[in-house]
Design a binder for this molecule. Structure first.
Ligand code: TRP
Ligand code: SF4
Length: 400
């Protein structure tokens, strides 16, 4: 992964988040924000595609979710945090891309039918809902995002985005001044690397040397002083292709296993088994104390099997090796009781929650602070997004 590559991810504003969101997605964002230029977006327009009938709570949901992001450690001085609808370029690019998107591409995205069935109590036979993944493509393409951290279920949307980018580039990709821009980028490589690049280019284009193409790819991937646009431009130049206006992104699949909820199923709002972010210690205590354990451990003297116990699943996430060893041996030998076992877990979660609360403290009850931060983010995002939109319009010959 290049460190000059951009990252975009988004989340629909469904309100307060739980620990599953933290371990499943946001923790990953936090690691990425220090290494990359990150854009984290509140996908409010996406929320409308399924929630168009009940929009009253959306504003509060946005603020509460953003406060949860901040509580987790998303840092507005490192990452750009903004609301999708604050950057009109999203809607505009969505519209422009809709002109070249075959209906069949949208109809065959697996989430389309799945969601229709899962949410069959809602009327999702709408134009907006069919366009859900295309709107997501616009989100990604506007920022030239090279990587998109998402869960497994969203990979098909990134895949669609790649296809749309390819179709667009193919259709509109002969840019004015492409050659000059490419030569300018070559100069930026520095004398030595530039000479090597030229040599590899000749080798590939005149002698069909595939190895030269590979070598040049490595050379470009390592060139830290090129922007992502310049890097892609030089790839295209190398292969003697038309200009890449929209960059094909890659999914960065978050590899965290699903967090276990307090009933032993996957943690999810719809199962009502969550531990929320910024939940108070009392309530955490109660929920974990009430958690089911290995059903074979009826009496304190019965030995248990951690692998059959949801509490153990949480230890795997929250406890160090010492504690885990203590749990395993104590459980199997009936040396510890389940309440003993839960104690260090409760402590670890409450310590984490204290951190969340501390980070969220300045924002709690002061939505103005959040609004300012989001306005700031929108301003920065708009600059980048409008730039891409201009290029798209220019390529489509509608910049009059
Ligand atoms: N569809 C994503 C989800 O439901 C949210 C989203 C909207 C998104 N736009 C995005 C994710 C762009 C990544 C990139 O989780
Ligand atoms: Fe589960 Fe711990 Fe009880 Fe074993 S001791 S059954 S791991 S809660």
């Amino acid at each position: 992964m290049n460190n000059h590559s951009r990252i975009l991810s988004g989340m629909r504003p469904t309100g307060r988040l739980h620990l599953g969101h933290y371990h499943g997605a946001i923790k990953n964002w936090i690691n990425l924000q220090y290494e990359h230029e990150c854009y984290f977006m509140v996908a409010d327009l996406h929320a409308l595609t399924t929630g168009y009938e009940e929009t009253k709570g959306i504003e509060q949901n946005i603020y509460e979710m953003v406060i949860d992001w901040l509580a987790c450690g998303v840092d507005p001085s490192q990452a750009i945090i903004f609301i999708q609808s604050h950057v009109p370029a999203h809607a505009e690019l969505h519209l422009l891309l809709s002109m070249i998107t075959p209906l069949s591409w949208l109809e065959r995205v697996p989430t389309y039918k799945e969601q229709m069935e899962r949410l069959s109590f809602k009327d999702l036979g709408t134009y907006g809902f069919l366009g859900y993944p295309l709107l997501q493509s616009a989100d990604i393409l506007l920022y030239n995002a090279k990587y998109v951290p998402v869960g497994e279920d969203q990979v098909c949307h990134v895949e669609l985005t790649r296809e749309i980018a390819r179709r667009f580039n193919h259709m509109y990709g002969r840019e004015l001044g492409f050659e000059e821009k490419a030569h300018e980028a070559i100069r930026k490589l520095g004398t030595k690397k530039a000479a090597l690049y030229e040599e590899l280019l000749v080798n590939y284009q005149q002698n069909g040397d595939e190895e030269a193409l590979e070598k040049a790819r490595f050379l470009l991937a390592d060139a830290v002083n090129l922007s992502i646009n310049e890097e892609e431009r030089l790839f295209a130049f190398l292969e003697n292709k038309s200009k890449v206006i929209l960059i094909e992104p890659h999914a960065l699949i978050t590899q965290t296993p699903k967090l276990t909820g307090v009933d032993g199923q996957k943690m999810s709002k719809s199962y009502n088994n969550t531990l929320m972010l910024r939940e108070d210690a009392d309530s955490i205590n109660k929920k974990i104390k009430a958690m089911p354990t290995d059903p074979a451990r009826i009496r304190r003297t019965d030995p248990g099997d951690p692998d059959k116990c949801p509490v153990w699943q949480l230890h795997l996430v929250y406890s160090n090796d010492g504690t885990k060893d203590w749990v395993r041996s104590g459980c199997i030998s009936a040396g510890i009781g389940c309440l003993d076992c839960k104690k260090p877990l409760i402590e670890a979660i409450c310590t984490e929650q204290a951190q969340f609360n501390e980070r969220a403290a300045p924002y709690r009850g002061d939505y103005n602070l959040v609004r300012n931060l989001l306005a700031d983010g929108a301003e920065k995002a708009t600059e980048v997004a409008n730039n891409t939109l201009q290029e798209v319009k220019q390529a489509m010959n509608i910049l009059y």
